[in-house]
Structure formats: structure tokens, C-alpha cells
Design a protein around this ligand. Structure first.
Ligand code: PLP
Length: 460
């Protein structure tokens, strides 16, 4: 068996099916095999080059093959890769926690390191719950989320993610939490503009807290700048302060999921820093924090909140790889690179250039409905017709077909039909934070060609 597998390159099992890609639906086209990467480019085994317009799943923030990170990883690996928290503290954990606290600012003095975004969501919910219990508020347990929203694939995270398609399958094995509408700015209900609709969404949050019973509501979780679920949605400024006020009024903790928006991607370390008067109580981070060099996520909270929990017996949560030295050393090197190369400022400047290029493409494209985002967290919304803003019918497989055409054009794009496309379809345009103006121009040129090909396909 082992010999057969080796002979077949390990790709086909004894029943003839692929053994290594069981996430692909039956009959799906196999992807090319990656060879290597350098900066914003990746190559496959056949020698084709791709420009990374999405940082993978909005992850590879400092691009590929970064020498400083690879050196830090190998230096740490030579010292110690793993030491159990039950036996040892480790220096990379202490250094990374200090650096992150400094970058996040007051209110985020404590960091808890996990292995990804879903784990960060789980840890954030457990921290909020234990804080409430420690303060004598054990009646609070409901964590409200937004629809659509996404906070991870594990069941606790899925229960607060507003994805009806996922709930249809998994509701029976989790406790689905109440949802409030996300404040979309492009496709709006009749007689609403973006401002009035955002006000309505904030009012819906308060109404839901009241109808659920304020004493039962523990927290509200949202992505301050949207990820895939809303396609880089940025709400009007007043929405953020309204949400903060409502949470304060009812003693509800505010959790910002910054798994995609954090680590400098929007031009600030946290997207929350764009609205300094509406700071959350808990923040989650992952993806860009280790930029794909290792699995890493984290939860940030105030010293006051964490001390309350530790004084009441300690944080009842953990995983084997929590705060492991290797991942923390990599995270520290990634963030040092972000700081030393001034990549947050680059994200802000390149984001402006990118959106201008996307707006130019929009002028001549029938199917590019909306361009939105902040810094280098951007999305383009795909419609069948710009005038009517019509959502592409499922039969067109718009976002996956565009991703395929993009790859044929040497362009990597990222998309998912959240909620089976109920709210629309978009592609993330989220290149690494190291991207240059020239590379953005190359992305724009390849993207324009990709959209044109798809537009011709659906017209014909
Ligand atoms: N939260 C947001 C906003 C995300 O975009 C994601 C992943 O895409 C997650 C949480 C889950 O992160 P992970 O896939 O690392 O578990």
C-alpha cells in the first residue's frame, strides 16, 4: 500500500479516489501543485507564475519567502519548538504578548495565543462567559452575531456566524445564537440610504437585546470591517458608536473579530483604531498575524477583564498548542517586519491606489457593481447588470468561475458564496501589505481581463 501510494505520488487511494483533497466535491477540477513563492508571486510545478491579489485567504500579509521570518523560525526551531505550558513559560510568548499589547494600545494589555481564527472565536466567547460568571452575572450567555457574518468553522464559532446555509446543516449540533442584520451599503431596502439603513441595523441590535432579555445577553460579535461574509463592508462611522453605546447601555460585551481586518491590513494595527471612541472589549486576530508562516491566532482583552477571570480561578480553556514557542517566534518576526517596513502605511497608500484602479475598471464593466473596503481589505461585488444590481444566479457560479479564469490569467482571487449567495457575490482584492504600485497595476490589468472574459461568457 505504502509503495503504491509512493508510486502514484500519494494522490490516489486504493479505490481510485483522491486521498489528499477530500474537501473538493466529486468531479471538481484539481488545482495545480504549488512549487514556491517570492513576495507577491507564487509558481506552480509546471512553471506558471501567479500574482497573489488576495494573500491566499487574506493571510499572507508580508508575502512569500520572507527571510527574516524564515531565519527567526529556524533559530527558534533549533532552540526549542515546543514546551508544555504546564511546565514552562517561554520567551517568544512573552515577547509577542508585549509587542501586541503595545500595538493594540490601552484596553488590550493581555493576549492569549491559539492556532487560528476559529479557536480565537471560541476563546473569546469563553473569556466573555467566564468574566460574566466571575462578576456574578451568570444569567448572561447569549452571544449575538450579524447576518451575514463569519467567525469560524468550529461549532461555537459557527453558532455566532450568520450563515443560514451552514445553519441548515449544523443547527442540530450547536446552539444557534440570535442574529441582527449587517449594515450593507450597496444593495439596500427600498427608501433607505446607507446612513439610514445603518441606523436601522443598530436599532435592530438594541431591539434584539431587549427581546432576548438584556440579562441573558453576554456579548455581541462583529467584524468591524467585513471579511468574506459581507465583502469588505465598511459601515458608516455613526454605526460603530451606536453599537458601542447600545452594548454599554445593556451591559453587553463587544467583541470585534479582526481575524481578517487586523494585523495592519486596513492601515492600522486594528480596524477598531479607525473608530477610537467605540473600542471593543475583546478582539480576536489570526491570519495576517503570522502571515501564513505558521498557524497562529489570538485573543486580546484588558488586564482588568483577564485579572477578574484569573482571580476567580483561572481561564478554563486551552489547546495543546496554546502559546507554543515556535508560532510565537514567527508571529513576532512577522509583526516586526510589518513595523520596520512601515507596512501599515503602505497598506493605506496602496489601498487608495488599488480602489482608484478598481473604480476605473468599473466604469467600463457591466458586472462590477461595487468597490469597497479600507486599506488593503477590499472587495468587488459582481452583478449581472450594474444598473439593476442583480445578484448573479447560482447557475452562473460567478465567483468560482471568475477565480478559475483568474488563475488562467496568472491572477489569484479569493471568494466564497456566503449564505449560498443570498446577499450577493464578491471577490476579495486583498494583496499582501508589501505590494507596490506597479504590482497593483499588474493586478488591475489581469483582473480587468478576467472580468471581461466572464462578461463575454455570460453574454454569449
Ligand atoms: N473570523 C473571520 C472574520 C474569518 O475571516 C475567518 C476565516 O476566514 C475566521 C474567523 C476563522 O479563521 P480560521 O479559518 O483561521 O479558523
Amino acid at each position: 500500500m505504502a509503495n503504491e501510494l509512493r508510486k502514484s505520488g500519494g494522490t490516489f487511494g486504493h479505490r481510485g479516489g483522491p486521498v489528499d483533497v477530500f474537501y473538493l466535491p466529486e468531479g471538481a477540477r484539481r488545482h495545480p501543485v504549488v512549487s514556491h513563492g517570492d513576495g507577491v508571486y507564487l509558481w506552480d510545478k509546471d512553471g506558471n507564475r501567479y500574482i497573489d491579489a488576495c494573500s491566499g485567504p487574506v493571510t499572507t500579509n508580508i508575502g512569500h519567502g520572507n527571510k527574516r521570518v524564515i531565519d527567526a523560525m529556524s533559530a527558534q526551531a533549533r532552540k526549542i519548538c515546543f514546551a508544555a505550558r504546564q511546565h514552562f513559560e517561554n520567551e517568544p510568548n512573552i515577547a509577542l504578548a508585549g509587542l501586541v499589547a503595545e500595538l493594540a494600545g490601552p484596553g488590550f494589555e493581555r493576549a492569549f495565543f491559539v492556532s487560528g481564527g476559529s479557536e480565537a472565536t471560541e476563546a473569546a466567547i469563553k473569556l466573555a462567559r467566564q468574566y460574566a460568571v466571575a462578576r456574578g452575572e451568570s444569567s448572561r450567555w447569549k452571544v449575538l452575531g450579524r447576518e451575514p457574518g463569519y467567525h469560524g468553522a468550529s461549532l461555537g464559532a459557527a453558532s455566532v456566524s450568520g450563515d443560514p446555509a451552514s445553519e441548515a446543516i449544523f443547527a442540530s449540533v450547536m446552539q444557534v445564537m440570535p442574529k441582527v442584520p449587517a449594515p450593507f451599503t450597496y444593495r439596500l431596502p427600498e427608501n433607505e440610504d446607507a446612513d439610514s439603513y445603518a441606523r436601522r441595523c443598530a436599532t435592530a441590535l438594541e431591539a434584539t437585546i431587549v427581546s432576548e432579555g438584556p440579562d441573558s445577553v453576554l456579548a455581541f460579535i462583529m467584524e468591524p470591517i467585513g471579511g468574506l461574509a459581507t465583502g469588505a463592508l465598511v459601515a458608516p462611522d455613526h454605526y460603530y458608536s451606536a453599537v458601542r453605546e447600545i452594548c454599554d447601555r445593556h451591559g453587553v460585551l463587544l467583541i470585534y473579530d479582526e481575524v481578517m481586518s487586523g494585523a495592519g491590513r486596513t492601515g492600522a494595527f486594528l480596524a477598531a483604531q479607525h473608530w477610537p471612541d467605540a473600542q471593543p472589549d475583546i478582539v480576536t486576530l489570526a491570519k495576517g498575524i503570522a502571515a501564513g508562516y505558521t498557524p497562529l491566532g489570538m485573543v486580546l482583552a484588558s488586564a482588568q477583564m483577564v485579572d477578574t477571570v484569573t482571580q476567580s480561578g483561572g481561564f478554563l480553556h486551552g489547546h495543546t498548542y496554546v502559546a507554543n514557542p515556535l508560532s510565537c517566534a514567527v508571529g513576532h518576526a512577522v509583526l516586526s517586519e510589518v513595523i520596520d517596513r512601515n507596512l501599515m502605511a503602505n497598506a493605506a497608500a496602496m489601498g487608495t491606489h488599488l480602489r482608484a484602479r478598481l473604480a476605473e475598471i468599473q466604469e467600463t464593466s457591466r458586472i462590477l457593481g461595487d468597490v469597497r473596503g479600507r486599506g488593503l481589505l477590499n472587495a468587488i461585488e459582481i452583478v449581472t447588470d450594474r444598473e439593476t444590481k442583480r445578484i448573479p444566479p447560482a447557475s452562473l457560479l460567478a465567483s468560482s468561475r471568475l477565480t478559475e479564469i483568474g488563475m488562467e490569467n496568472g491572477l489569484l482571487l479569493y471568494s466564497r458564496r456566503t449564505a449560498n449567495g443570498k446577499y450577493g457575490e464578491w471577490l476579495m482584492v486583498t494583496p499582501p501589505l508589501i505590494v507596490t504600485e506597479q504590482e497593483i497595476d499588474e493586478i488591475a490589468e489581469r483582473l480587468a481581463r478576467t472580468l471581461q472574459t466572464f462578461e463575454q461568457e455570460i453574454a454569449g
